[in-house]
Design a protein around this ligand. Structure first.
Ligand SMILES: Cc1cc2nc3c(=O)[nH]c(=O)nc-3n(C[C@H](O)[C@H](O)[C@H](O)COP(=O)(O)OP(=O)(O)OC[C@H]3O[C@@H](n4cnc5c(N)ncnc54)[C@H](O)[C@@H]3O)c2cc1C
Length: 393
């Protein structure tokens, strides 16, 4: 494996950095660098549009669907540069999750209708999979879609749907056949969240903000043409989508960005007149998590560069997700310890976005990151996958 960047990749990175330098206003950067969840929605839509106009909204989508068609390594370098520069994080539900499902499994009409809005950032999407009784055991979900002429009638409840209250559309996993084995009765359905019978209720989370919602579907009439693929093919599409979700689950760019903030905090905060970074225990902990993060970054690059693997691919993506989410938690815990009692100061959302204080958002981030080992598939379940696929247990 050769991880030396080629001259072309170096040139590409220089072009991306020059663009980012000119395109990102200071206030947008500052808001994006403040770790609040969910991030500033208007900035994300605006940034999506800037990238779209530059032709860079979807680094890994094929060119024929409006993407850049870049290699995984180049897409990684691009995202890393955006994150370093303080660009707003784009909404992942449409660009990273549903878009690839749509161009892989959708009809020509579905692609023509929905892909352009995802690329431009005009339409935001929510992922309606989990239910109150079906998270890890997703195949047991109960939301039903019953065919009625040219429509499906959809009833049920979804929960923990990220950013649904900022979304216009949703891709839902529903049960179209209750008479077959659970996985075989599932289908993926596109639902307009503004339809009669849809109620989206935001949930206030531990960190005091609303990053997720519950969605109630009460006899919602959905055009049958919104079904993706054949009835009963939803499990195949969901597995394809969850594989993509977990590959991005290492979140190394964000941990790196946050570690930089935490390190800067340790340089500026004083104990007995000396910067905390001079405390050997703090310095050692920063170095420790930094080394683990670097090792994870190399592992992600090895996967992206296609190094020969003896593990099954799903086990690798699960391992990256587990390790990445644990590092996110360690970095945010370190930030909170550096703050000490000052971590008790609660920043309001607007105040946090406006603040130049490095402490803004650190406590909220710690509380939010409790979820990183749950969302996208709980850690214990990921470990079961690794045990089974990698070690044959
Ligand atoms: C912030 C956040 C955002 C989310 N966003 C979305 C979204 O946009 N769309 C969406 O559809 N879902 C979303 N989810 C839901 C997420 O996918 C589920 O929470 C997750 O899959 C776990 O399911 P559950 O909450 O039902 O927990 P459960 O499945 O009830 O698990 C509870 C506990 O039991 C453990 N457990 C369960 N089964 C096993 C097993 N077989 N072996 C060992 N331990 C087990 C779990 O690890 C966990 O600790 C989000 C969740 C969070 C927290």
């Amino acid at each position: 494996m050769n991880l030396q960047l080629s001259t072309e990749d170096e040139r590409f990175l220089a072009e991306v950095r020059a663009f980012l330098h000119g395109a990102l206003p200071e206030d947008v950067r500052r808001r994006a660098l403040t770790p609040l969840h969910p991030p500033h929605e208007d900035d994300r839509r605006w940034w999506n549009r800037q990238l779209y106009e530059r032709g860079w909204a979807a680094p890994s989508w094929p060119v024929e669907y409006g993407g850049c068609g870049w290699s995984p390594l180049r897409a990684h370098l691009f995202e890393q540069a955006c994150c370093e520069a303080g660009a707003p994080e784009l909404r992942w539900q449409g660009l990273r999750l549903f878009g690839p499902v749509l161009y892989t499994f959708g009809t020509a009409e579905q692609k023509a209708r929905y892909l352009p809005g995802i690329l431009r950032g005009d339409t935001q999407w929510a992922q309606g999979f989990s239910e109150p009784g079906a998270g890890s055991d997703l195949a047991s979900l109960k939301t039903s879609a019953v065919r009625d002429g040219a429509h499906y009638i959809v009833s049920g409840q979804k929960i923990w749907t990220s950013e649904a209250h900022y979304s216009e559309m949703g891709f839902f996993l529903v049960r179209t056949d209750a008479s077959v084995k659970p996985q075989a009765g599932l289908s993926m359905l596109i639902i307009d969240l503004r339809s009669p019978g849809v109620t989206v209720r935001p949930i206030t989370m531990l960190h005091g903000d609303t990053a997720v919602s519950e969605i109630f579907l009460d006899q919602v009439r959905v055009p049958a043409e919104n079904l993706l693929g054949e009835p009963g093919s939803g499990w195949t599409q969901a597995k394809f989508l969850l594989g993509n979700e977990r590959t991005g689950g290492a979140e190394t760019h964000h941990s790196r960005r946050m570690l930089r903030r935490v390190t800067a905090l340790a340089r500026t905060r004083l104990r007995e007149g000396r910067p905390l970074i001079e405390d050997a225990r703090i310095a050692a902990r920063i170095a420790d998590v930094g080394a683990d993060l670097e090792a994870l970054e190399w592992s992600v690059l090895r996967v992206l560069c296609g190094a020969p693997q003896r593990w099954a691919e799903a086990a690798v993506t699960s391992a990256l997700k587990v390790r990445g989410s644990e590092i996110q938690q360690r970095v945010s815990e370190l930030g909170m310890e550096i703050l000490g009692f000052d971590a008790l100061r609660q920043y309001g959302r607007d105040e946090g976005f406006a603040s130049r204080d490095l402490a803004a958002g650190i406590t909220a981030d710690l509380l939010y990151q409790r979820a990183s080992t749950i969302m996208g598939g709980a850690r214990e379940v990921q470990k079961n996958i690794i045990a089974k696929l990698a070690f044959g247990l």
